[in-house]
Write a protein that binds this ligand. Structure first.
Ligand SMILES: Cc1cc2nc3c(=O)[nH]c(=O)nc-3n(C[C@H](O)[C@H](O)[C@H](O)COP(=O)(O)OP(=O)(O)OC[C@H]3O[C@@H](n4cnc5c(N)ncnc54)[C@H](O)[C@@H]3O)c2cc1C
Length: 472
């Protein structure tokens, strides 16, 4: 047993787990490259121990002891991250939030609910629904991810167009800093008390502190829902109507536009071959939701849209969180992944064309498609899916990296932002300097150094590699 494990056990007792199956289950997140390494028996080192913290005090003690022993700490929520943000190195302790779960307080008058960070998203949503309320955050991974993980990755939900992304839903945070101190932001609807410290931890991916509590600002459950679908001549033809819907001030919670290939894949006969499907959800007080649906319908029809069978939208809702695992593809020699980027309206179709064309030139490419699932006044995201089967199974990792390189390059060359909601992790860290600029990365490094001078919280994640590891 190592010194640090002994020290942790003396303070935290049975909360320190060292069973082989528990260590193995906490080695990595859901990144497809991690899955490939696992499949090849190259999973890398196991953590020294997994600490199942039950309180902010346990988290403080873990960070304090690991710091005293110079031992890296990786926080593990649901492990559903898809960018390689969790990958255990040598002599690493994993801090699991699995037992740091449950509701702390709910105030239905103020519309606030405070959860411990390891609460799974589905559990949190079901709990507030008991009181007729909703968080309004519906990532596809709602049952796989934790509320602390949502904060740490700046996650987006399927209803973001009306309700916003995680940064719009979080009222306050409790965070344990790398030296064990506890930071709590005040539960007020707004503050002009210097920079917003919540933002420092939103997207920090376990590198600046451990989120231990998340307070949400809730909504009443909407009393009425209305689903709609239209198909257009193609993604290009439909982007402008979507922009106009947002510009006119309408805010359907769900606004998803699929290119022709994805429309065919998801909606089959409900969307004629070669057409692009737009699906929408309107909700709220019935008159408001119906007014929005009517206005959207008029706008879509006047821009070449044809109404599709709303049953296609019902099917999408029923199946929206079902996704095949990466392993089944890897076993067939295929690497599949998704890449989400964002841009202002004027560049959306340009980025769509540039990224899909760049991906289609990769030898062995099988699929290069996209949809947009989050729309804003000034732009939208693009969510690409690619599948590639290199001739040689030994090339799966390098061809995968080449797909990412091409997608990132094409996005940056066309004024896009490299990450809409999955985060940076290891898959994008080599491109972060181009996203933030030299000054931006310097700020991030200075903050990291000030809070975590020994670089012990999730080292190797998020910040661009320096020295020989750096890539472009
Ligand atoms: C099938 C599938 C669908 C997905 N759909 C979506 C989607 O619709 N929208 C979306 O945004 N994402 C989606 N994701 C990605 C993923 O679910 C999100 O990034 C999610 O927010 C991660 O939460 P988690 O609890 O699993 O975090 P983890 O994977 O455990 O960790 C992610 C990162 O956050 C850090 N971290 C976790 N908890 C804490 C904490 N309490 N304090 C500090 N750091 C912490 C970890 O160290 C790591 O760096 C999807 C993933 C999958 C596999």
């Amino acid at each position: 047993m190592s010194d640090v494990t002994e020290a942790l056990e003396s303070v935290l007792g049975e909360r320190v787990r060292r069973e082989p199956e528990i260590l193995t289950a906490h080695q990595r997140d859901t990144w497809v490259l991690g899955e490939l390494f696992d499949y090849r028996g190259e999973a890398g080192p196991l953590p020294l121990a997994v600490v199942e913290a039950e309180s902010a005090h346990d988290v403080s003690e873990t960070l304090r002891l690991c710091r005293a022993h110079g031992c890296p700490v990786v926080t593990y929520g649901g492990g559903s991250g898809v960018c390689g943000a969790i990958r255990v190195g040598e002599r690493t302790v994993v801090l699991s939030t699995r037992k740091l779960a449950g509701l702390v307080s709910l105030d239905s008058g103020d519309l606030t609910a405070r959860f411990r960070a390891g609460t799974f998203g589905g559990d949190a949503e079901r709990r507030v629904r008991e009181d007729g309320l909703t968080i309004g955050h519906w990532p596809q991974s709602i049952e796989l991810s934790t509320v602390g993980g949502w904060v740490a990755t700046r996650a987006s939900g399927q209803y973001s167009t009306a309700y916003g992304n995680i940064e719009d839903l979080v009222l306050a945070l409790e965070v344990v800093l790398p030296d064990g101190a506890v930071l709590r932001t005040r539960e007020t609807p707004r503050a002009a008390a210097g920079p917003d410290l919540r933002q420092l931890f939103l997207g920090s991916e376990g590198t600046l502190g451990v989120v231990t509590e998340v307070t949400f600002s809730l909504r009443e459950l909407p009393p009425f829902h209305f689903r709609q679908a239209f198909h257009f001549a193609g993604l290009h033809a439909a982007v402008e109507p979507v922009r106009e819907i947002l510009r006119a001030g309408w805010r359907p919670p769900v606004v998803r536009l699929y290119d022709a290939s994805e429309s065919n894949r998801h909606f089959g006969e409900s969307c004629p071959e070669g057409r692009a499907m737009l699906i929408l959800l309107h909700e709220g007080p019935e008159p408001a939701a119906l007014a929005e649906a009517n206005a959207v319908s008029e706008l879509c029809r006047s821009r070449g849209g044809e109404e599709a069978d709303a049953a296609a939208v019902d099917r999408w809702f029923d199946e929206r969180n079902e996704v095949p695992g990466f392993r089944t593809f890897i076993e067939k020699g295929i690497m599949v992944d998704t890449i989400e980027v964002a841009s202002t309206w004027q560049h959306v179709t340009q980025i769509y064309d540039a990224v899909t064309s760049a991906l289609k030139e990769v030898p062995g490419i099988l699929v290069a498609t996209a949809h947009t699932s989050h729309a804003y006044r000034s732009g939208a995201n693009l969510y690409f899916t690619f599948a590639v089967r290199p001739d040689e199974p030994g090339e799966m990792a390098s061809v995968y990296a080449e797909c990412w390189r091409r997608a990132m390059r094409a996005t940056l060359a066309n004024h896009g932002g490299i990450a809409h909601h999955h985060g940076i992790g290891r898959v994008r860290s080599g491109y972060l300097a181009e996203e933030l600029g030299t000054a931006g990365v310097a700020v991030l490094r200075a903050v990291k150094h000030a809070l975590d001078p020994d670089d012990l919280l999730n080292p190797g994640n998020l910040l661009p590699p320096q020295g020989p590891e750096a890539k472009g």
